[in-house]
Design a protein around this ligand. Structure first.
Ligand SMILES: NC(=O)c1ccc[n+]([C@@H]2O[C@H](COP(=O)([O-])OP(=O)(O)OC[C@H]3O[C@@H](n4cnc5c(N)ncnc54)[C@H](O)[C@@H]3O)[C@@H](O)[C@H]2O)c1
Length: 317
């Protein structure tokens, strides 16, 4: 029996693999399937995992991998986001057809559990101002990415209803943390990683007070692990948020650990998301027993400590 993490050497995938690997039975395997395998993301556990290079669009390869390793549980973290507004064909192929491939192979192999990443992008601009957005809020995606996630959720529910594929979707808000090798769309790496490298943080002055719902990557990977281990839930979609904080507040926390943190306010925008909103994530707490281990303050500290521990990184004080 084995667990398959598709997109397993990406940002969340690397952290989740670390969470999972230490708890596997000796005879079980953790297989990371990725089109662009990034060994750096799993360097410390690379001898304990199997990496298979492959495309989620390659049904034959997926079949081979499911069969070869006797896959019983699956996590899907594949995404094509950056460029999805301009390359609609690739967005559809990767996010929708690829997703469907994985569900279909999972159905044919009668897997026990599938856990996959949706996103708070399904809310787009939330309709209504009644406070934190919970799972019942009407979805109003305003990006190709958000629309793909909305379709995926619909499709995943049908795969459960029609074929009994037991699957759980998690909608994280803005995830932050170390070992993000693919440059994200937004400015959510430099505000944490520039100060320890002794670099200033240039940030659009209008963005400093922007509030964003931040969730630490190690908390996110714990939530995915809990979902994967759950044996009772058939189909569910969960919000996964953290804390609403302005960019300025985040930089104040960073400064506690790196006193030399220097902010340069620039007239131009530096690339924060155009909007953000508070997420209600009580359902995942109640139903999966998710409790964040880090949260924001400890997450920022852990992030900076991890950077410091990485080769070549040095915290400037
Ligand atoms: N990071 C966030 O802030 C955030 C927030 C909400 C939701 N999510 C969702 O979580 C999931 C993981 O996000 P991430 O930040 O780890 O992304 P990531 O880009 O770091 O990881 C995605 C992985 O998928 C792989 N991949 C891409 N195309 C592939 C293909 N065709 N076949 C096989 N592998 C392919 C990439 O090589 C990469 O390793 C995504 O579904 C994303 O939409 C992320």
């Amino acid at each position: 029996m084995a667990i398959l993490v598709v997109g397993g050497t990406g940002f969340i995938g690397g952290h989740l693999s670390r969470e999972l690997v230490n708890e596997l039975n000796a005879k079980d395997k953790l297989v990371l399937y990725d089109l662009y395998p990034n060994v750096e993301a799993v360097r410390d556990i690379k001898d304990k995992v199997v990496i298979e290079k492959g495309d989620i669009l390659d049904m034959r390869k997926l079949f081979e991998v499911f069969k070869k390793y006797d896959i019983s549980r699956v996590v899907d973290l594949v995404v094509f986001m950056r460029g999805s507004e301009s390359d609609l064909f690739k967005a559809t192929m990767t996010n929708l057809i690829g997703f469907q491939n994985l569900f279909e192979v999972s159905r044919l192999f009668d897997i026990e559990r599938l856990v996959w990443a949706s996103s708070d992008a399904v809310y787009g601009t939330p309709l209504g101002n009644e406070g934190p957005v919970d799972e019942e809020y009407l979805q109003n995606p305003d990006t190709v990415y958000g629309m793909c996630k909305m379709y995926e959720e619909f499709f995943a529910e049908r795969y459960f209803r029609n074929y009994g594929i037991r699957n759980i979707a998690i909608r994280p808000s803005m995830v932050f943390g170390p070992l993000r090798y693919y440059r994200p769309v937004y400015f959510n790496v430099d505000i944490f990683e520039n100060p320890p490298k002794g670099l200033p943080v240039p940030i659009g002055e209008k963005e400093l007070n922007k509030e964003i719902d931040w969730v630490y990557v190690k908390d996110v990977s714990r939530a995915f692990k809990l979902a994967l281990e759950n044996r009772t839930i058939d189909f569910r979609v969960y919000n996964l948020g953290g804390e609403m904080k302005s960019v300025k507040d985040i930089l104040a926390i960073v400064k506690k650990h790196v006193p030399s943190t220097e902010i340069i306010a620039t007239p131009e925008a530096s690339g924060m998301p155009p909007k953000s909103f508070e997420i209600n994530w009580s359902k995942i707490q109640k139903e999966l027993g998710y409790v964040p281990k880090y949260g924001l303050e400890a997450g920022v500290k852990d992030y900076i400590d991890s950077l410091n521990a990485l080769e070549g990184a040095k915290v400037h004080s």
